[in-house]
Design a protein around this ligand. Structure first.
Ligand SMILES: C[S@@+](CC[C@H](N)C(=O)[O-])C[C@H]1O[C@@H](n2cnc3c(N)ncnc32)[C@H](O)[C@@H]1O
Length: 88
């Protein structure tokens, strides 16, 4: 993952100790780099990510839908390599 200002990678063990053991829905209202989620010992059934930063939200969306993301990247690369020069 990536370092992020205010990221909770170092506090996640402590935060985890304050959380219940039997939740199935995980909500990050200030998602950021999601360090607390990443350091959970298991994957909750339902995960909500929220962040005011649209670039971060988009990054997580691309990771979640990586098949679609890779398809889009491949299409864009193909367009770049097959694009004909424009004439004036
Ligand atoms: C310190 S980071 C969160 C760290 C994260 N929870 C973790 O476990 O590593 C704080 C995040 O809150 C977001 N944020 C700040 N104000 C917000 C708001 N009003 N609504 C939603 N997200 C906000 C910032 O964009 C930033 O990514």
């Amino acid at each position: 993952m990536f370092a992020y200002i205010g990221g909770k990678s170092r506090q996640s063990k402590w935060i985890r100790s304050l959380m219940p053991n039997d939740f199935i829905v995980y909500v990050e209202v200030f998602g950021g780099a999601m360090w607390n989620y990443i350091n959970l010992p298991y994957v909750p059934e339902v995960v909500y990510y929220n962040d005011v930063n649209p670039h971060l939200a988009n990054l997580w969306f691309c990771m979640k839908e990586y098949d679609k993301f890779l398809e889009l990247i491949e299409k864009e690369i193909s367009n770049l390599t097959t694009r004909k020069p424009t004439t004036k």
